[in-house]
Write a new protein. Sequence first.
Length: 429
Amino acid sequence: MAEAIGDQVIDWAKKALRPFLRNNPGIRIDSLTLRDSGVTFAVLYNLWTDPSVANIVAQTNTDLITALNAVYLPPRYSAIYHRRTRKMEVIWTAYALPEDQREAVGREFDLTVNGVEHHCRFGASSDRLLTIAAHSAPIGVSDSDFRNLRSFLSYNEKTEEEEKLGTFGEPISFWVENVTWEDEKILELVRHINFYLRYYDAESPVVVIHPQKPGVKVKPRTRYFDAIGFPPKIDSPPLDQNLLVLWGASFGTTRSANFLNFYRTIEYVALEFSQEKARSEITDIIKQPHVRSDLDKASREVLQAMRTLTRQREQDRIKAFITETISPNLIWREVSQNEDFFRAPTVFEGGLAIEPLIGPKDTEETFLKPGVERFATSITELRNAMAHGKDTVSLKTMLPTAYNFDLLEPWINLVAVAAGQVVLFEAGH
């Protein structure tokens, strides 16, 4: 019987909320029956395509139904879009604001981007938002702070004591008017807004842009170096202190910093390796027993060795060094953890595209030196895009977004393996 009532409530919700469901694909509807009263509600899951936010809808709550049917919930923002008035309302807070944030309330300005003027302001939240928030239900752990709805939910349920303590203030939102919703254009507009908010006020709140998730699933790095696990005995020569600091700094910080520090570890030794190779070539030239018989030839050979060193591009130096010092099998072991990822181009927000590291038929036996060379080229392109703003060859960039950092993760695993080998190589292993 209860199951039949639940199905009826779900069918009712699908009809009553047809405009909302049409404009917000991905919503899942279920039913919830309260034990004490026996009343059955419809529950809307995955609001904003966010599994941490749900809404509870009763058949008698016409205000909530009307509010939901009038809005679009954009996944990349803690905001509601009022479709008829074409206004974006960014959800801020219903808590009392600290002193340094109060002066933002009432601020308004007109911003023209691509020939379209938008009126922007910090002001009172809409009744529509308050209604949606009052029936929201936070679920589990949230990486979006439950779309900032918790303060609004608490505001609707505030106690007399909280009123006396001044816990809450007037619910405030940030409004952007004259908005025709197109995802990429809105993203461009919001980035402009955030720039000017912080350009003219270093303490200004800004619009949070929630990251998109890459479609590919990435497996973590192999835990142990080899099958024996952690070795019971380790005989170590003195390791270079600079390399140990770089290595240690490559864990536990931001993923872009981790990548760059691992790369710097390789770069540090690669320069020394190139210099040592040139020095060895010059030594071999001047140690020849007949060198004084043809000084002109010897001097030309010495100059050539020096020119090769000074003219060698960074990417060529890194490629030569990695190819000579890094085991292809170690790189392949990490590549094989995420073969599907490395068989496709890695395309970052900003336009930078890294070519596939392995071909459709590549195996550990075919990877070898060509694979390590491709690896060296790829990590240099990534480093250039992060350190210089653009890759110096493709002139494409890699934006510092969470989406890109997720895509960077498998590459960090590879460069970490190479950097570890470099630390031991420098010490003579």
